[in-house]
Design a protein around this ligand. Structure first.
Ligand SMILES: Nc1ncnc2c1ncn2[C@@H]1O[C@H](COP(=O)(O)OP(=O)(O)OP(=O)(O)O)[C@@H](O)[C@H]1O
Ligand SMILES: [Mg+2]
Length: 257
């Protein structure tokens, strides 16, 4: 792993009690790429992301983000690292007790350097970026559709103009049409901005539309890593059923031929 990695994972082991989730995982997330994590349910995609965010500590191994180790940092140093990435979680995308406006403003307020006037302008800009009208700013999450919640959660993840974005199942729970629109939005954003993305997804259409490289998690390891085309052809039971099953062939049709 000689060259620069935005995220560098080395020799990572994870276990919960006697349940081993990851065994010796190493991975380099390259600048500007969209790296997709795929694997069966429970294969450890979310846990790996949470470790990259410093929210969970692996049993062994190291993770460096922007060249900095996530461990052995004081709170302040970790916070300034956190300000450089945005996250769209698999569950609980928004704080239910806060309005749309306050959800997006929260990370800005936590910086303690921006005036409320500046924050207002920035919140409106972020809403516009995700195509949500200003008339929704005062609404509470419970009043919104699933598609809108995802967009607003994305606006919040982008609140501090991060260089790195984590997306955990970005299109889960959206109907195909909304899912496609959301993928288009992420695609447009990543074309306009300098952004590295780590994404976990089960959705083949999302994978095809967004990923530059794919890492397949199975048997506690990364069993394949490469372009979609490279990975989809590999000999492995999970890969065969996921990429070359009926749904996989449909989604990958044009990519593989
Ligand atoms: N805090 C925890 N305590 C105990 N076990 C946990 C904990 N967090 C995760 N696990 C276990 O670790 C394994 C990996 O979970 P993880 O959520 O990362 O899977 P995933 O690949 O994201 O699955 P999905 O595709 O369903 O989102 C699972 O078996 C899960 O039960
Ligand atoms: Mg998950």
């Amino acid at each position: 792993m000689g060259k620069t990695c935005i995220i560098e994972v080395e020799g990572l082991h994870t276990r919960f009690g006697s349940h081993v989730v990851h065994r010796d995982i190493s991975l380099c997330v390259r600048p500007g790429e969209v790296l997709a994590l795929v694997g069966g349910s429970g294969s450890g995609k979310t846990v790996l992301m949470r470790q990259m965010l410093g929210l969970e500590t692996p049993a062994a191994g190291s993770i460096r983000v922007f060249g900095e180790s996530l461990h052995g940092h004081d709170r302040e140093a970790l916070q300034s690292l956190r300000n450089r990435w945005g996250v769209l979680f698999q569950k609980g995308a928004l704080f239910s007790a806060l309005s749309v406006y306050d959800n997006i403003a929260l990370p800005m307020r936590e910086l303690r350097t921006l005036s409320e006037g500046m924050i207002r302008d920035l919140v409106m800009l972020k809403l516009k970026m995700v195509d949500i009208g200003a008339e929704h700013a005062a609404k509470m999450p419970a009043e919104l559709s699933g598609g809108m919640i995802k967009r607003i959660a994305l606006a919040r993840a982008m609140a501090l103009d991060p260089e790195l974005l984590f997306l955990d199942e970005p299109t889960a729970g959206l109907d195909p049409q909304l899912g496609e629109a959301f993928v288009k939005l992420i695609h447009a954003m990543r074309t306009e901005l300098t952004l590295t993305i780590v994404m976990a997804t089960h959705d083949l259409d999302t994978l095809v539309a967004l990923s530059d490289r794919v890492a397949v998690l199975a048997e506690q390891r990364i069993v394949a890593l490469g372009s979609l085309q490279e990975v989809a052809g590999m000999e492995h039971p999970f890969i065969a059923s996921f990429f070359r099953g009926e749904r996989g062939q449909k989604a990958l049709g044009n990519t593989l031929s």
